[in-house]
Ligand binder design. Structure first.
Ligand SMILES: O=C[C@H](O)[C@H](O)[C@H](O)COP(=O)(O)O
Length: 262
């Protein structure tokens, strides 16, 4: 398998596979969105099939829901699950305090609702996602369709007084139309380069009328499982400050993951 995957895909696969080991029988699990989370869903499907693991999953997007059903995971709504034991999701960036930028795939709103309804959030990330300061990755904000241009202008105006290095913004497109989220909203990407005060920015953005949510996840993530291209994984926990390193062993059956690309 390892010869068929690029180092970045190997890194995504090993962190997902390691994180899947945190899931125990009977758990209600929030299932993230994106290419790394897709590996996780496949790994959990493998455990359901091979070990008879019984879990219920709460997907954070229609894409993830489809994949979860496909691999044999029981899917329920967040309201049916109520509190979740664990959410495992990818990230676009994470810093030393485990604060995140999420939403590169446009699922930030459901992801934040699901993660904050969970006793624990584990982020799975390849090593390229680790940053000293958040902001190189464009920060997505979800906005309602009504008054889109007015909200966009208000966001731009607000950025002028924020502690950031760049102040460009762009409406995310899907071909020649604005990208539409699972909630029927749109995404504005903020090209900030460097975010000085992420907590303040997150609060300020969410106070703007028309803005539903932003992609900054502050004090939500408990654990980061970091994957490297050579099969190494690091499990870092923010609560007890531990870092554990190990190497994942690839099994023959892992070949089934080689055709996964998202
Ligand atoms: O909206 C998408 C999510 O926040 C993803 O978890 C994030 O963009 C990371 O995606 P990927 O694992 O594909 O890099």
């Amino acid at each position: 398998m390892s010869s068929e995957l690029s180092p970045i895909d190997k890194a995504k696969f090993v962190c997902a596979k390691r994180a899947a080991q945190f899931v125990e029988n009977g758990m209600r699990v929030g299932l993230g969105t994106g290419s790394t989370a897709a590996w996780l869903v496949r790994c959990l499907g493998e455990r359901v099939r091979d070990e008879g693991l019984h879990i219920t999953g709460v997907p954070t997007s229609t894409r993830t829901a489809e994949l979860a059903r496909e691999v044999g995971i029981d899917v329920i709504t967040l309201d049916a699950a109520k509190r979740l034991d664990l959410t495992i999701d990818g990230a676009d960036e994470f810093d030393g305090a485990f604060n995140l930028i999420k939403g590169g795939g446009g699922a930030l709103l459901h992801e934040k609702v699901v993660a904050t309804s969970s006793d624990r959030m584990i982020v799975i990330a390849d090593v390229g996602k680790e940053v000293e300061t958040l902001g190189a990755f464009p920060l997505p904000i979800e906005v309602i369709p009504f008054g889109l241009q007015t909200t966009h202008a208000l966001v731009d105006e607000t950025l002028v007084s924020m502690d950031v290095l760049g102040r460009d913004s762009s409406l995310r497109m899907d071909g020649d139309k604005p990208f539409v989220t699972d909630e029927g909203n749109h995404i504005i990407d903020l090209h900030l380069k460097r975010i000085g005060d992420a907590r303040q920015l997150a609060m300020t953005l969410n106070q703007l009328p028309g803005v539903v949510e932003n992609g900054l996840f502050i004090d939500i993530c408990d654990t980061v499982v970091l994957g490297f291209g050579d099969g190494k994984v690091e499990v870092r926990d923010i609560n007890d400050g531990t870092v554990a390193s190990e190497r994942m062993v690839f099994a023959e059956s892992d070949n089934l993951f080689s055709d996964l690309s998202d």
